[in-house]
Design a protein around this ligand. Structure first.
Ligand code: PEP
Ligand code: MN
Length: 337
């Protein structure tokens, strides 16, 4: 439920209600809005009578949250959440474009790509060091050595960095090298990982599971917020359908739908959604028009020899062309790039 405080409720009144919520054994999540403060009351309320809060000083009303997810819901927080990745703000007016290879392969490769995407206007560098591959025989990533290379390349090109973490035991180590974590599609419902990242407070991209419904995805995000980390960005990366012409099927409607259901930023990964390099540009333009807050795109300087996801990786020069097209569409939808 949400306790809505009166517009001019004092700090004492807010703190008093918060303390009462906690005294009943619930978690209190105050959200200090420009006009009103609301307090999210999280916990099992079976048999609990919310009437008690109505008569407390400064309380305007008490409303239930109908959705199973609470902390991520628009019902609780009407303003957009801006996730700040060491100065890069995701979820605001500016479109955030993240680019880089699927996997970090060598110092030369990651540095070359980092400089190229920076020159084209990307603000963050992606690159996998721990790759969740379908086959155990496929390249698994460079591990900690890859993290070091990503860190150097990001610093050298003045780009913030993001990488996937696949094991809850690695959260601290990975966090020490990058600005943002990524939870991959295959781990969207790895609850130990969600809890660990929840406790870490590190900004995180939560990708949609291979066959996850919107509700399952938002419940996964709820785990992270519930454990204390509000810095979650959702990433639509296509879902599995009967269609085999593309790697996955991009659910473009997820973008405006999520914008209604949640206050969290929403980005799109056209690379894993389509699996085809020639579809990256048109799909990117489409999702920005649909309201995406950003994109994460696989860019490689030699896609034919990439150790992972070559067929969906675009060349730096094609990425630069896409960036200039994105500029026009951003203006049309009232954003900047
Ligand atoms: C990736 O970003 O390289 C990746 C493995 O993505 P996903 O988890 O969406 O498949
Ligand atoms: Mn990939």
């Amino acid at each position: 439920m949400i306790i809505v405080m009166r517009p001019r409720a004092s700090e004492e009144e807010i703190n008093f209600v918060k303390a009462q919520v906690e005294a009943f054994g619930f978690q209190a999540h105050p959200i200090y809005g420009e006009v009103k403060t609301v307090i999210g009351v999280i916990g099992d309320k079976t048999g609990f009578d919310s009437e008690v809060f109505f008569n407390m000083p400064g309380v305007e009303t008490v409303v239930p949250i109908m959705k199973p997810y609470k902390l991520v819901s628009r019902e609780l927080k009407s303003e957009n959440t801006i996730v700040n990745v060491d100065g890069v703000k995701m979820g605001g007016k500016r479109l955030v474009v993240i680019a880089g290879p699927c996997a970090i392969e060598s110092e030369k490769q990651i540095k070359e790509i980092a400089h190229a995407v920076k020159n084209a206007g990307a603000v963050m560098l992606r690159g996998g060091a721990y790759k969740p591959r379908t086959s155990p025989y496929a390249f698994q990533g460079l591990g900690e050595e890859g993290l070091k290379l990503l860190n150097y390349a990001g610093k050298e090109a003045s780009l913030k960095t993001v990488t996937e973490v696949i094991d809850p035991r690695d959260v601290e180590l990975v966090s020490s090298y990058v600005d943002m974590l990524q939870i991959g599609a295959r781990n969207m419902q790895n609850y130990r990982l969600l809890q660990e990242i929840g406790a870490s407070k590190k900004p995180v991209i939560l990708k949609r599971g291979l066959s996850a419904t919107i509700e399952e995805w938002l419940m996964a995000a709820e785990y992270i917020l519930y454990n204390g980390n509000p810095n979650v960005v959702l990433c639509e990366r296509g879902i599995r359908t009967y269609e085999t012409a593309t790697r996955n099927t991009l659910d473009i409607s997820a973008v405006p739908l999520l914008k209604n259901l949640t206050h969290l930023p929403v980005i799109v990964d056209p690379s894993h959604a389509t699996g085809l390099s020639n579809l990256i540009s048109p799909v990117s333009l489409g999702v920005v028009a649909a309201g995406a807050d950003g994109l994460i795109i696989e860019v490689h300087n030699d896609p034919a020899h990439a150790l992972s996801d070559g067929p969906q990786s675009i060349l730096p020069q094609h990425f630069a062309e896409l960036m200039s097209k994105l500029e026009n569409i951003s203006v049309t939808v009232g954003r900047s790039i």
